[in-house]
Write a protein that binds this ligand. Structure first.
Ligand SMILES: Nc1nc2c(c(=O)[nH]1)N[C@H]1C(S)=C(S)[C@@H](COP(=O)(O)OP(=O)(O)OC[C@H]3O[C@@H](n4cnc5c(=O)[nH]c(N)nc54)[C@H](O)[C@@H]3O)O[C@H]1N2
Ligand SMILES: Nc1nc2c(c(=O)[nH]1)N[C@H]1C(S)=C(S)[C@@H](COP(=O)(O)OP(=O)(O)OC[C@H]3O[C@@H](n4cnc5c(=O)[nH]c(N)nc54)[C@H](O)[C@@H]3O)O[C@H]1N2
Ligand code: SF4
Ligand SMILES: [Mo]
Length: 676
């Protein structure tokens, strides 16, 4: 291995890492995001680098047949024939916030520019889409308004729907450091499960899943009632306050306390913190984003910042980005409505600019289907070819029985570094090089861009993702549109699309990284890129799915494993304590049902069932929690039980709210045998 610096390929904190020539990983002390700190996951990267990798392109025409190894040349020939014979609308590309910016840029250009169709989406649809929609609504543009430096002089931190202790560990450690240094610092966590983050907080509010919009509206209600609204800020810099208040008036603390099953006092305390602390940052993540009511949840929180003037030196609403380069994907515009430089296919000027820039005359003005809609379109026979890049949908997407049926039906291309569960459904598998073997950039949660140097030769015949699509485009006769020989060629093209935009990096070169785009405060002068130049309040209406079943199934993350475990799952050190697949139950609920700790239970609904070992924890009565990432090697994936209904604006699925029943497996088996 060669000595190198690169960005951690796991979470969105975007820590800079350093690897020495013996393969030992350390935090990069020069990197602004982590200043040498790191968590446990990347320490084991070198050990899992080669286990379970895909070495060669693999092909089978018939899914009942075994795969045969083929050459890249043959793989491109097969793909060219498919893409020529099918109409662009019959193809779909599903990509990832774990790709490098250069990868996403080239793939997005291939689909929207070369094929001329917007049939592309990323796993960010399951992750950040709601935060993107909310930021755009409130501030007129996407992008986190502040940066990590703001942690260092804030005095109040709210974590709502975020288990940052395990999901964004280095960031959370920075918050704890601030608390150690300053006595008056207060940390509040709002979550149905008493997580590690909750345990380290000063106040833990155990909310009923799905009801955050009510809780946050009630905080606004109290702010108003107590005379704590900053009217000067509201009048000068915002619009829509009255409409938001109209909704909030429906939720006095007595009403909200009974819907959310929290105490009135807790609502009051949060309002007081919003009104009186010196500087407040509210962090949120998937507990707000993955919901049928997600955009409302997000905006009900942003409303509180607008109502109390908590921006810039007084605080910030800070959406935590999950994946290491979801921010880069947003800059590139990789969702079904995006174009590079924070542009949108629906905007004629944006389209015209990119068409000219790409020399493509055919960018469609209609957003393509989102990935859940694409699954429907496969089942309806409209989409015939489905191509995944750097994502594992047969574990991570909701309503898995539908996903499996669809992927069984489509001509499926899987482009991945490791053999994952989705490979089982593929016709064609393309081996991809991973971070460490390829070069390019990633953008972390607070807009800091890092250059990832490689430190190893590509595994087997694997190729960088940007190169696979470049070579295919060249094979299809579009070498003039895709002339890239190295990642820097892609970067130099992409960066020009950002010139004069919010995410302007047009003057940056690889050599200057790490560097952040935008001011420390994105809206420093309190002028917002909305029509009126003002930030917008949102009337945050409440909605919740009506699910059958005695329990609400809440899903989330494991501490030491990453998603569907294709990498971390190869390390015994990281698996320790996280296997076998478990479910957290409230001990009172469990004892009512004669269930003990370590019992094996079956969690089921009309959608199917999964088996889990019971662990007791302080989870709200009537709720159970299980991590979502276990692949089939370890047990049934939980997304068998999760519905694909979604938020009407962001179209992000309701991944954390499924109605289920729970029964001891031995009883379930008795019932089953009885039926026989
Ligand atoms: N119920 C429930 N479901 C959820 C969630 C939840 O909280 N609850 N969370 C959702 C969220 S937020 C997310 S982000 C998704 C994540 O879901 P996925 O994106 O499906 O999860 P990963 O396991 O990260 O998949 C990444 C894949 O990329 C491969 N890979 C790694 N590096 C490279 C590379 O450089 N190139 C290529 N081509 N492949 C590479 C890995 O081997 C792996 O197969 O899951 C979502 N699903
Ligand atoms: N170790 C580790 N770290 C990761 C990842 C990983 O796989 N492993 N994945 C990364 C990615 S892609 C992402 S998106 C982030 C996700 O980071 P987080 O969002 O912090 O992680 P989750 O565990 O999915 O969900 C956070 C919390 O939301 C709570 N929750 C569920 N429903 C509700 C609700 O209705 N209201 C409220 N207030 N809370 C609710 C859950 O109980 C859970 O504790 O983590 C990133 N970091
Ligand atoms: S906090 Fe996130 S980015 Fe930093 S080392 Fe841990 S997983 Fe990697
Ligand atoms: Mo995510």
């Amino acid at each position: 291995m060669a000595e190198a610096t690169f960005q951690c390929p796991y979470c969105g904190v975007g820590c800079g890492l350093y690897i020495n020539d013996k393969g030992k990983i350390k935090g990069d002390f020069e990197h602004p995001s982590n200043k040498g700190d790191l968590c446990k996951k990347p320490l084991y990267l070198p050990k899992v680098f080669e286990k379970g990798r895909i070495a060669k392109p693999l092909y089978r025409q018939d899914k009942n047949e075994p795969f045969t190894e083929i050459s890249w040349e043959d793989a491109y020939t097969i793909l060219k024939a498919k893409l020529t014979n099918l109409s662009p609308e019959e193809t779909y590309f599903y990509i990832s916030g774990q790709l490098l910016t250069e990868d996403s840029y080239v793939i997005n250009k291939f689909v929207k520019g070369l094929l001329g169709v917007n049939n592309i989406d990323a796993n960010s649809r399951l992750c950040m889409a709601s935060a993107v929609a909310a930021y755009k609504y409130a501030f007129g543009s996407d992008g986190v308004p502040c940066t990590y430096e703001d942690i260092d002089d804030a005095e109040a931190f709210i974590f709502i729907g975020s288990n940052a202790t395990i999901s964004h560990p280095v960031l959370f450690k920075r918050v704890l450091k601030r608390r150690r240094e300053t006595e008056q610092t207060v940390i509040v966590t709002v979550d149905p499960l008493e997580t590690e983050t909750a345990r380290k907080s000063d106040l833990y509010i155990q909310i009923r899943a799905g009801t955050d919009t009510v809780f946050l509206n009630s905080v606004l209600y109290v702010l108003h009632k107590e005379g704590w609204i900053n009217f000067e800020f509201v009048e000068r810099y915002t619009e829509g306050f009255e409409k938001a208040m109209e909704v909030a008036r429906n939720f006095p603390p007595e009403t909200a306390a009974s819907i959310c099953e929290v105490s009135k006092e807790d609502i009051y305390i949060v309002a007081k913190i919003f009104a009186q602390s010196k500087k407040l940052i509210s962090f949120w993540c998937q507990g707000l984003n993955q919901s049928v009511n997600a955009v409302s949840k997000n905006l009900a929180l942003i409303n509180l910042h607008l109502a109390t003037g908590r921006l810039n030196e007084r605080g910030c609403p800070f959406s935590l980005t999950g994946q290491p380069n979801a921010m880069g994907g947003r800059e590139v515009g990789y969702l079904s409505n995006g174009l590079p430089g924070y542009r949108d296919v629906r905007n004629p000027e944006d389209r015209k600019f990119i068409e000219k820039f790409w020399k493509a005359e055919n960018i469609s003005p209609t957003p393509g289907p989102t990935v859940t809609e694409a699954i429907e379109e496969i089942l309806q026979g409209k989409i015939k070819l489905f191509w995944t890049v750097c994502t594992n949908p047969t574990v991570s997407m909701p309503e898995l029985s539908k996903v499996e049926k669809a992927l069984e039906k489509a001509f499926l291309v899987v482009q991945d570094s490791y053999w994952n569960d989705t490979c089982e459904y593929a016709n064609l598998i393309l081996p991809a090089s991973q971070v460490g073997e390829k070069e390019g950039i990633m953008t972390g949660s607070d807009r800091t861009i890092t250059y990832c140097h490689s430190f190893k030769e590509p595994f087997g015949d694997s190729k960088p993702d940007w190169l696979i699509f470049t070579q295919l485009a060249q094979k299809m006769g579009k070498g003039n549109m895709f002339p890239y020989a190295q990642p820097e060629d892609v970067f130099n093209e992409f960066k020009l699309t950002t010139s004069g935009r919010l995410c302007d990096i047009s003057k940056l070169s690889y050599k200057e990284l790490p560097a952040r785009w935008g001011n420390r405060w994105l809206y420093k002068d309190l002028k917002f890129p909305t029509e009126s130049g003002k930030a917008r309040f949102y009337p945050a209406k409440f909605d919740i799915a009506r699910e059958k079943g005695k329990f609400i199934l809440v899903t989330g993350r494991l501490k030491n494993n990453w998603h569907t475990m294709t990498k971390t799952g190869k390390s015994p050190e990281l698996l320790k304590g996280e296997l076998p697949p478990f479910v957290i139950m409230n001990p009172v609920d469990a004892s009512d049902m004669g269930i003990n700790e370590r019992d094996k239970v079956r969690i089921y609904s009309d959608r199917g069932y999964i088996d889990r070992i019971v662990i007791f924890g302080n989870i709200k009565r009537g709720h159970v929690f299980t991590p979502f990432g276990y692949p089939r090697e370890f047990g049934e994936p939980v997304n068998i039980l999760v519905s694909d209904r979604y938020d009407p604006i962001s179209k992000e699925p309701d991944l954390k709210y499924a109605g289920v029943e729970v029964i001891k497996v031995e009883d379930a088996e008795n019932i089953y045998r009885g039926d026989l």
